[in-house]
Design a protein around this ligand. Structure first.
Ligand SMILES: CC(C)(COP(=O)(O)OP(=O)(O)OC[C@H]1O[C@@H](n2cnc3c(N)ncnc32)[C@H](O)[C@@H]1OP(=O)(O)O)[C@@H](O)C(=O)NCCC(=O)NCCS
Length: 189
């Protein structure tokens, strides 16, 4: 990244005031998919310690990741949403957000991280594969637009790919995970 680069970001924790601008932009960032309702204020109030904002040099959000450690399954964590401003893509911001999240949760003893993606979103599929998540291909999955996914996962017509990252013994934060093949389906994110 060069000096004066509007995509030279710094990572920080979210605050509640981040919710309105991010909610206002997120549908556009997701190519018109309506995800605004997933970016609720509660995430910014109650899950800031496991979520991240990537600020551009003007202090405007260029990316975000909302995630949490499962209260009921402490060995698992969930990436709810990750998004990067369309003008700042392929600069490593998404990867940096995921690696920051993995560092957090690995320190807390988490071994398994999941993230959902919509089938037929090649960009999201390529991204999660690149950051060492693998699609759950176990029972109940079908080939959905070329990737194993679960029909009606989140309700009728709401098919999802369940991406899984497993920490291997000896992996550093953001390590390579377990590679292809997911031995066991984690609980529902
Ligand atoms: C997915 C998303 C977060 C990636 O953010 P990003 O900052 O562009 O990602 P990175 O630059 O860190 O890319 C990391 C790797 O992912 C892969 N990748 C990312 N975008 C890709 C694309 N458009 N095509 C193919 N591979 C891609 C590449 O392997 C890339 O590494 P490389 O650039 O060294 O080849 C961003 O494109 C986005 O916000 N998309 C819309 C929202 C979304 O789909 N979120 C995921 C589901 S919650």
């Amino acid at each position: 990244m060069t000096a004066g680069d509007n995509c030279a970001v710094s990572l920080r924790r979210p605050i509640e005031d981040d919710q309105p601008p991010i909610a206002g932009m997120v549908d556009e960032w997701f190519s018109g998919r309506r995800v605004r309702h997933l970016v609720a204020r509660a995430w910014f109030r109650h899950f800031a310690s496991t979520s991240w904002i990537a600020d551009d040099p003007r202090g405007k959000p260029a990316g975000f990741l909302i995630g949490y450690r499962s209260p009921d399954h402490p060995g698992e964590a969930v990436i709810v949403l990750v998004g990067v401003h369309p003008n700042c893509r392929r600069r490593g911001i998404g990867r940096a957000l995921v690696e920051a999240f993995l560092t957090d949760v690995h320190k807390a003893g988490v071994a398994t991280v999941t993230a959902l993606a919509w089938p037929g979103e090649p960009l999201a599929v390529a991204f999660f594969r690149a950051v060492a998540f693998r699609p759950d291909d176990g029972p109940g999955t079908q080939n959905l637009y070329g990737t194993p996914g679960i029909p009606d996962y989140d309700g009728i017509g709401e098919d999802r790919i369940v991406f899984v990252h497993r920490r291997r013994t000896g992996d550093g934060p953001g390590g390579p995970g377990d590679g292809p093949g997911v031995p066991e389906r984690p609980s529902v994110p």
